[in-house]
Design a protein around this ligand. Structure first.
Ligand code: DX5
Ligand code: ZN
Length: 218
């Protein structure tokens, strides 16, 4: 089980400190939003570059942007260890995933809550990570959408059938209240924003999420 705190809920004026505060996590999840693919604007390449220098954690960039075919490789170049694009926005997802892997980044494909996994089954061999959104992308602190759980289970089945090492990441509304549902459905990477950076002690929140996830995984 891996825990990826999302800096979307961190204090943007103190990103280096906030990243150091969750040094016990596995990844730092960075939500890039362009105000077109989603109705919110967050951070882009210069901040990812700065975080790459300042943070000891590998960066997991979640691109909620139009035209990832054009922009995603630059995030690998900027130092992201993992680059996830939304398949709804990608024009050539196979070409893009291959390009990211050639740049030594993990290639991730993200699905909005209403996007099915089945049409993309054959892409699994091109991917290192599938991100299933359990809120509509754009904002932190939203309520977990249980309606997505059956898709999470189907994604787990397809990944197991396919074999190979593809991580199944769940993003949106992940907290101690929902972690068990996520793990039972097959997630092995948990993204959590408000549950970590909204807590008085972010490192303790990471530890608690990890313990709950490990217990749920049995
Ligand atoms: C939402 C982002 C999430 C967000 C999750 O569009 O992709 O990563 O930070 O925040 P919480 O955990 O508060 O739902
Ligand atoms: Zn995210």
């Amino acid at each position: 089980m891996q825990i990826a705190p999302s800096v979307l809920s961190a204090d943007f004026a103190r990103l280096a400190e906030q990243s150091a505060a969750v040094a016990n996590a596995d990844w730092l999840h960075v939500d890039v939003m362009d105000n077109h693919f989603v109705p919110n604007l967050t951070i882009g390449l210069p901040v990812v570059e700065a975080l790459h220098s300042a943070s000891s954690l590998p960066l997991d960039c979640h691109l909620m942007i139009e035209d990832p075919d054009r922009w995603a490789p630059a995030y690998a170049e900027a130092g992201a260890s993992s680059v996830t694009f939304h398949v709804e926005a990608a024009r050539a997802p196979v070409r893009l995933a291959r390009q990211l892997r050639r740049m030594d980044a993990r290639a991730g494909m993200a699905l909005k809550p209403a996007t099915p996994i089945e049409p993309f089954e054959d892409l699994l061999g091109e991917l290192d990570l599938v991100l299933v959104m359990t809120v509509e992308p754009g904002f932190g602190g939203q309520e977990f959408l249980d309606v997505v759980l059956p898709k999470l289970r189907r994604a787990r089945q397809l990944i197991d059938k396919h074999g190979g090492e593809v991580w199944l990441q769940v993003d949106g509304g992940v907290s101690l209240a929902t972690v068990e549902r996520c793990v039972a459905a097959g997630a092995d990477v948990l993204v959590a924003g408000s549950a970590v950076f909204g807590a008085a002690d972010p490192a303790a929140a990471v530890t608690a999420l990890r313990a709950a996830a490990t217990a749920a995984a049995g």
